[in-house]
Each structure stands twice: as structure tokens, then as C-alpha cells.
Design a binder for this molecule. Structure first.
Ligand code: HT7
Ligand code: ZN
Length: 873
């Protein structure tokens, strides 16, 4: 496969002003009539004579130029390219293609899911529908007519406003949609199906009434309220915080069961994976409710950050994704607990994005090359990209940042632009120089800060030396220092924040200061420091970096209970737990430090503290994070050490756990408030710890919770605890009962699959293979694959990393199998194998062999080829 380079970007030779589409939908296929109004791009004058349009898996039926049918020889169909050699400066091109959506298992372009037609065009799916200059800097106005059988497909949707509808012969009908906003082809969407419509409305800040609609299959009618409420909250929030108003008269969401990702922000017609939009308390968990709120908001926010202002090319993907993730996480923080939101963002970055940034697929937030763009919908583009925008927000402050975003949206409305244009708008609005800051977009790898300190009692000076280094990544060495906002505070002996004054400054300053690191080494001198302080570094996770500072355990305990920064209170607890787990790793006789037990006991019994933070602080660092922190990961040792610490904690704290569990009484009415979520989380966590001990009283409590639960968080929490317990009979009985109760609801069945596939107790490879044979498993449905194979390889580390290599072989078989039917999903499933070099030899050999066996498959897709070859390089 060919590598595409940012440095080779050229403006398009031809622009399309208008796209007229007519879809004839049938059971055995679809005919697409496309009429393009094309003109030569003045900016590309002097280049290609010939018109080249992208295509993928299309059957071409005819081509007309300005009304005249072209004959063989007047155009060339090269499969991935339609070439028309001699075209005038402006012309109309009509192309007719034939597709087979019912055979489309890749889920790109036009396909069928549960009997309905739907589309996925990002990044390059539009070329699977018709020949087109399928690149985001070609923006056109679309008019779309859909024709289909009226009884099988009563609902026909596309982007914009519906302008005409009517009946046709043979029981068919049509609807025509017109989208007044120019858009790139990746935002095109079409849906046709027998769907139920749930309606609401929203009045914008300028008083316009917007029609809001969610379309679902009839069985899901009771699952739309939360998404609709989330949508209205997001619309209001975007007006209040960013001054952004919705632009069309109608906003539609459609839920589909077969979808490669979470959702898609098509203009005016968002398409969602059912699991990211549908929920009711009885069948979905708190996590699902929170996920839905943030994804609904994310897709809605794209209407400005992505649709009105879009990407010039796919190297700029983070322009829309990083900024939109930043916006959705600000929204979630405002809707819930900001500290918990920060902890969750940072956990994802530190566990998974840092791993990606240290692995063979590491790439900058703005990559400079790719083979298959779909492989670049990564944590680096999304999460690190959001962290980069957050740092701009921190450096500029909220007011200047808002001025910057207003300037950006105003200056580039209707354009396809670059990350550099975004930074430039922030610079122009604030007067700040972000020249060095741009390196965050260009250099891959996680910067590492090493901090040393020295206290001069006589002079009352506290000196901090901070050094930064950025590791080499594929294709990048000798990196330049980056501009890092480094927030910190100092705690006095009582645990109070010390007002911070840097040498040369007059008067006491703030207690949290954002220091700006720009050099490889800085020395900061704080004056008037009366006693040796304890440093609280990188407050609120002010930058996506690693921090090394030799806190001792007493200092960590001190920070855990006194730090005014909630994030760092949590982080101190994590560092303490990591230290204790590492100490017992491989030493079966070592007891755990009683300080960890005492700290956990204090948390369990602290009723005054923010319970959402307490619930987070009680969770031990995950196995994945412990692996990420190791030099040469030994998964089995890490797993058993963590398990042993958990068991010892649970043994020592049994009574406290029981008491905490009893205190968390289910609320009368289910609500997703931070308090209620925290209470359910504490309830399920304490139950799981107790069951892990094999405690019979806890077993009975779990059975009772499972039986009497009125919401899925409680029911599945009890099920998970039983599945991970030693009580075999109760486990299998609960699993059967659960399946009988919920087998008609695919989303709940997904939960049922993943609880089993991720269980370190009962989810061994044989059990996972049995799940693949289960009547509810479906190889064509990405959610099912993710909840079985993905859950096993990504979360069930002790079984996936069996030292005989069976887990790796299994994953390789699955990837080879999926490579033909759905290469995007196959490539994503490859991720757990890519970091083979991180693991001890007993593991890495098997992982490498598994990758090689995938590499050697005949006809490997471009998606999997890129991941496997880069991983083995
Ligand atoms: N912008 C959307 C990306 C997306 C996607 C990309 C590749 C293949 C399938 C896809 N489905 C959706 C999602 C988002 O970030 O909002
Ligand atoms: Zn997005």
C-alpha cells in the first residue's frame, strides 16, 4: 500500500459547487445517480487537464458530460479512480453507479443494518457510493432524492431540510432533502427504514425553534429520553459557553446496531451506534448514561467544530476531534463532577494514550504520513489532541480562549483549514506567541519531567529544578523542548497551601501557579517559604506528561489527605498503591504496607468527603496502568500482585467494607447525579471486594442485590461480582437468569458477553470460544466482536497473556478472519499485539509470532497491513 504524505498536499484541481443525488433503493441493490457541478480550481491553474474522481468497490453504469453520454475510451474506470481526460473549465458530470448495500460488511459507504439502509462516509466512505473528489477540502451543496418501497422504508432521511415528498408507482415513494450549507463529502448521510420517530424541540438563543428528532427501531421507543435531554443540554451549553447556535431547522439522530465506531456527526443527521444513544435505567448502566451524554454532546458540538469549520486534509483530523473532545469534556465537567471528569480523562491518557505514544504506531497530533487514515482515529488524535487544546486554554485563560474560538469560527466559517489556522486564531486573539507550543502538534512521544528540589531553611528559599525530555518515536529523534504549562502548589507542614512568590516578585502570589516550561531545564526559586514544603506537582493534570519526583510514602499519605487539588489527592493515592503493589510483586511472603490499609479505611469511613472522589480513590491502579509503568512487563506477576493487595486490603477492611456497602442504600428514583453514581459505584466496589474474598455473607448480599435491583448498574454490578467470585454455582445460575431476562435486548446481551469475556476468574480462552458459538454472537456486528474478543484481549489480561501464547494465536485467528469482512475492526483488534516489545520475553515472542501470522495472510487489507508492518518494523 501507498504512503500518503502531508508534505505532498496540493489544493484540489477541481471544485464541486453542487451535488445532486438520486438514490433508488431496492432489496438487491441501490442505483445512485449523481450530478456534479464542477469547475476548475483557479488556485490550481496550470495543473492537471484531466478530472480524477475517487471510487471504491463501485459498479459504474454510465457517465455523461454536459448531457452527452461518454463512450468507452472517453473515460477510464480504474476501480479506485474514474478518469475523464479532457474536460472544460466548468461542466456538469453525471455518473450512475450500482451498489450492493446488503453485501457490505465493511460498514463503509451505504450498507444495511437490521433491515435499514444507512451510511458511514467518514473518512473515505463516500467514494463507496459514487465517484467523487472524496477529500474534505472539496465542499459542496447537496440535494438528495431518496426513492424506496413505501411500506418497507417509510422513513427516508438525508442532510438538511426535506423540501419535497410524494408517491411513486409500484408502492414506492420519495423524499428530497436539501442542505444549504456547503459540506465535505464525509458529512453526507442517508437513512431509509421502518423507524419510529421521537420528537422534541429547542428554542435557540435568537428565538428560532428547532425540530429535534430521534429515530429508532420500534423496540427501542423507551430508550430515547436521556439522549434527547442530553442533546438539549448540549445545545444550550454551546450557546452559553461558546456562543454557538444551531443553524438548520431540524436536527436528527438515528440509532443503528451495526456501526464501526461510536457515532457520526453528519450535517443535521447524526448516526449513532445504538449503544451510544439508547438507554433506560432498567437496562443500561451509569457508565452508559454518562457515555451517551458525552457522545451526544460531542457529535452535536461538531456542528461548529468540524462541520461549519472543517479539516483541509486528514492530517488535520485533530483540528476537529481534539477540539471537540476538549469541548465535550468541558461540558461533562460542567454537568457532573469536574474532578472525577479530570481523573477519568487523565486515566485514559496515562494508561492508553501514553502507551500508544511509546509504541510502534506513535504519531504526532498532526501526523505527517499514513497509509490508511482509518487507523489514525486514535487516542493521540482525540485525547492528546484535546489535552493540547486544554493547554492553550490554560495558557490563555478562559476569556482569551473564548475570544480565540470566536475569531477561529468567524474567520474560517465555511472553510476547510489546518491545526495551524486554529493556533493562529488563538495567537491573534490573545497576542500570545504560540510558536514553540506548535511542537505539540508536530512531535510525537510523551514528555517526561524530572523534578528535583532543595530547601534552604536559613534563606527560606525552596528551589525546584525541572528537566524535560521527550523520548524518540518512530521516525523522530532529538526532539526540541516543548512549551509546557506546569501547574503546582506547595503544602506547609499543616497541609495548607503556601502562597507562592518567585524570586524577584513582590508580595505573595496565588497558591496554585502555572509555570511555563520552555527550556530543557528550569530552576524556580520560591521565596518566603518558612518550612520544608511538600510539592503538589502538575495540578489538575495541567499537561499530558509524566512526572518523576521521589515522594516518599508519608508524603503521599499527606497529599492524599491535604492537597487542595482533588486530582492530585487522587494521584497521590495511585502512586502509593503502585508503590505497594510493586513491592509485593514476586514476593509472596511480603505483607502490604499498613499505611495503604489505613488510608483506604479512612476513605471508606469518610462521610464528609466528596463521595465521587472517594469512590475513585478507592480503586487500585489498573493492570493496564501497571503494565504501562513497567520497563519490561510481566503480566502474570503484575496481575497476582495486584490481586494479593486487593485481597489483603479486603481482609483487613472487611467490616468497613460491609458498613460502607450497607450505607449505600438505593435511591428511590434513579438519577445520574454525581452523588448517586458515586453511591452505586461504592456499593458495587465494596461488594466486589468482599466477594473476591469468598465471603458467604457477601455472596448472599450479591444474590439479593441481583434479584431486587431496579436498575442495571446494580444488577450488572452484582452479576459481575458473582462472575468474578469463587462461587461457581451461583455464578452460572446468575448468568443464565440474566440471559433469560434480557436475551431480547442486544445492548444488555453485549454487557453479558463482556462481563464473562473480561472475567479474570472464569473468562479463560475456552470460555471465550464458547461465547463465540453462542446464539447471540454475530460476526457481522462490531459491538458483539468488541464485547467478546475486544474485552478478552483488552481487559482480561491474565488470560489473554497466558504464557503458552494461546490468547495471542486466538486473536491472530480472529484478525485474519475479520480482515476480509471488516478490515477497520480487524485493524483495531490488532492493537493489543502491537506493543509486544513492552513485554517480558515469555510474552513478547508469542505476540510477535502472532503478528507475523497475520502479516503472512494472503490479500491482507491496507488497514491491517499498516498496523502489522509498523509493529514488526
Ligand atoms: N467523526 C466520527 C468518526 C467516525 C469514523 C471514522 C472512521 C470510520 C468510522 C467512523 N464512524 C465515525 C466520530 C467522532 O469522532 O465524532
Ligand atoms: Zn468527533
Amino acid at each position: 500500500p501507498k504512503t500518503i504524505y502531508l508534505s505532498e498536499y496540493q489544493v484540489p484541481d477541481f471544485l464541486v459547487d453542487h451535488v445532486d443525488l438520486r438514490f433508488e433503493l431496492f432489496e438487491d441493490g441501490a442505483r445512485v445517480h449523481s450530478t456534479l457541478t464542477v469547475r476548475r480550481n483557479a488556485e490550481a491553474r496550470g495543473r492537471a487537464e484531466q478530472l480524477e474522481l475517487n471510487g471504491d468497490s463501485l459498479t459504474l453504469e454510465s457517465v455523461h458530460l454536459d448531457g452527452r453520454e461518454l463512450q468507452a475510451g472517453e473515460y477510464e474506470d480504474r476501480g479506485e479512480l474514474l478518469v475523464v481526460p479532457a474536460v472544460p473549465d466548468t461542466f456538469e458530470l453525471q455518473v450512475v453507479t450500482w451498489l450492493q448495500p446488503h453485501k457490505n460488511t465493511r460498514l463503509e459507504g451505504l450498507y444495511k443494518s437490521s433491515g435499514m439502509f444507512c451510511t458511514q462516509c467518514e473518512a473515505q466512505g463516500f467514494r463507496c457510493i459514487t465517484f467523487f473528489p472524496d477529500r474534505p477540502d472539496v465542499m459542496a451543496r447537496y440535494r438528495t432524492r431518496i426513492e424506496a418501497d413505501k411500506s418497507a422504508y417509510p422513513i427516508l432521511l438525508s442532510n438538511g431540510n426535506d423540501v419535497e415528498r410524494g408517491d411513486l408507482d409500484g408502492g414506492r415513494h420519495f423524499v428530497t432533502w436539501e442542505d444549504p450549507f456547503p459540506k465535505p463529502s464525509y458529512l453526507f448521510a442517508l437513512v431509509a427504514g421502518d423507524l419510529v420517530e421521537q420528537k422534541d424541540s429547542f428554542t435557540t438563543m435568537s428565538g428560532r425553534d428547532i425540530d429535534l428528532r430521534i429515530y429508532i427501531e420500534p423496540r427501542n421507543v423507551e430508550k430515547t429520553a436521556h439522549a434527547m435531554d442530553s442533546l438539549k443540554r448540549a445545545m444550550r451549553w454551546d450557546e452559553e459557553v461558546y456562543g454557538r447556535e444551531y443553524d438548520l431547522d431540524i436536527f436528527m439522530i438515528v440509532a443503528v446496531d451495526d456501526f464501526n465506531m461510536g457515532a457520526m456527526e453528519n450535517k443535521g443527521l447524526n448516526i449513532f451506534n445504538s449503544s451510544c444513544v439508547l438507554a433506560r435505567p432498567e437496562s443500561e448502566t451509569d457508565m452508559a448514561f454518562q457515555r451517551i451524554e458525552s457522545i451526544v454532546a460531542h457529535e452535536y458540538f461538531h456542528n461548529w467544530s468540524g462541520n461549519r469549520v472543517t479539516c483541509r486534509d486528514w492530517f488535520q483530523l485533530s483540528l476537529k476531534e481534539g477540539f471537540t473532545v476538549f469541548r465535550d469534556s468541558q461540558f461533562s465537567a460542567d454537568m457532573g463532577s469536574p474532578t472525577v471528569n479530570r481523573i477519568e480523562n487523565a486515566t485514559l491518557l496515562r494508561t492508553a494514550q501514553f502507551a500508544e505514544d511509546a509504541g510502534p504506531m506513535a504519531h504526532p497530533v498532526r501526523p505527517s504520513s499514513y497509509m490508511e487514515i482509518t487507523n489514525f482515529y486514535t487516542l493521540t488524535i482525540y485525547e492528546k489532541g484535546a489535552a493540547v487544546v486544554r493547554m492553550i486554554h490554560t495558557l490563555l485563560g478562559p476569556e482569551m480562549f473564548r475570544q480565540g474560538s470566536d475569531l477561529y469560527f468567524g474567520r474560517h466559517d465555511g472553510q476547510a483549514v489546518t491545526t495551524d489556522d486554529f493556533v493562529k486564531a488563538m495567537e491573534d486573539a490573545s497576542g500570545r506567541d504560540l510558536g514553540q507550543f506548535r511542537l505539540w502538534y508536530e512531535q510525537a512521544g510523551t514528555p517526561e519531567l524530572t523534578v528535583e528540589d532543595e530547601y534552604d531553611r536559613a534563606a527560606q528559599v525552596y528551589r525546584l529544578t525541572v528537566r524535560q525530555s521527550i523520548p524518540d518515536t518512530p521516525g523522530q529523534t532529538d526532539k526540541k523542548p516543548q512549551h509546557i504549562p506546569f501547574a503546582l502548589g506547595l503544602l506547609d507542614t499543616e497541609g495548607n497551601d503556601i502562597p507562592l512568590t518567585l524570586a524577584g516578585e513582590s508580595g505573595p502570589g496565588d497558591t496554585t501557579r502555572v509555570l511555563e516550561l520552555t527550556e530543557r531545564e528550569h530552576v524556580f526559586e520560591f521565596t518566603g517559604v518558612a518550612s520544608q514544603p511538600v510539592p503538589s506537582l502538575l495540578r489538575d493534570f495541567s499537561a499530558p506528561v509524566r512526572v518523576n519526583y521521589p515522594w516518599n510514602r508519608d508524603q503521599l499519605m499527606f497529599l492524599m489527605s491535604h492537597d487542595s487539588d482533588g486530582f492530585n489527592r487522587w494521584d497521590a493515592g495511585q502512586r502509593l498503591a503502585v508503590d505497594v503493589i510493586r513491592e509485593v510483586a514476586g514476593h509472596a511472603e511480603t505483607d502490604i504496607d499498613p499505611r495503604l490499609i489505613n488510608a483506604s479505611r479512612t476513605l471508606l469511613n469518610d462521610r464528609e468527603a466528596d463521595q465521587a472522589l472517594v469512590a475513585k480513590m478507592l480503586q487500585l491502579p489498573s493492570e493496564a496502568y501497571l503494565i504501562e509503568l513497567s520497563e519490561e512487563a510481566d503480566v502474570q506477576t503484575i496481575h497476582h500482585a495486584r490481586e494479593r493487595v486487593l485481597k489483603m486490603l479486603a481482609t483487613a477492611l472487611r467490616d468497613d467494607l460491609m458498613a460502607c456497602y450497607q450505607r449505600q442504600q438505593p435511591a428511590e428514583r434513579y438519577q445520574v447525579t454525581p452523588e448517586d453514581v458515586a453511591s452505586r459505584s461504592l456499593r458495587n466496589m465494596t461488594l466486589a471486594w468482599l466477594l473476591d474474598l469468598g465471603d458467604e455473607q457477601a455472596r448472599d448480599m450479591a444474590l439479593e442485590q441481583f434479584r431486587s435491583a431496579t436498575n442495571m448498574t446494580d444488577q450488572s454490578g452484582a452479576l459481575r461480582a458473582l462472575v468474578n467470585s469463587p462461587f461457581e454455582e451461583e455464578r452460572s445460575h446468575a448468568l443464565d437468569t440474566f440471559y433469560q431476562q434480557w436475551h431480547k435486548d442486544p445492548q444488555v446481551v453485549e454487557q453479558w458477553f463482556s462481563i464473562q469475556a473480561s472475567s479474570p476468574v472464569s473468562g479463560d480462552l475456552a470460555a471465550v470460544r464458547r461465547l463465540l458459538e453462542h446464539e447471540a454472537f454475530d460476526w457481522k456486528n462490531p459491538n458483539k466482536i468488541r464485547h467478546v474478543v475486544g474485552a478478552f484481549a483488552g481487559q482480561n489480561l491474565v488470560h489473554f497473556h497466558e504464557q503458552d501464547g494461546s490468547g495471542y494465536e486466538f486473536l491472530a485467528d480472529t484478525i485474519r478472519r475479520l480482515d476480509d469482512s471488516n478490515p477497520q475492526i480487524a485493524a483495531r483488534l490488532t492493537a493489543p499485539l502491537t506493543r509486544w516489545r513492552k513485554f517480558a520475553h515469555v510474552y513478547s515472542e508469542g505476540m510477535r509470532k502472532a503478528l507475523e501470522s497475520v502479516r503472512d495472510k494472503d490479500g491482507l487489507s491496507r488497514d491491517v497491513y499498516e498496523v502489522v508492518h509498523k509493529s514488526l518494523a
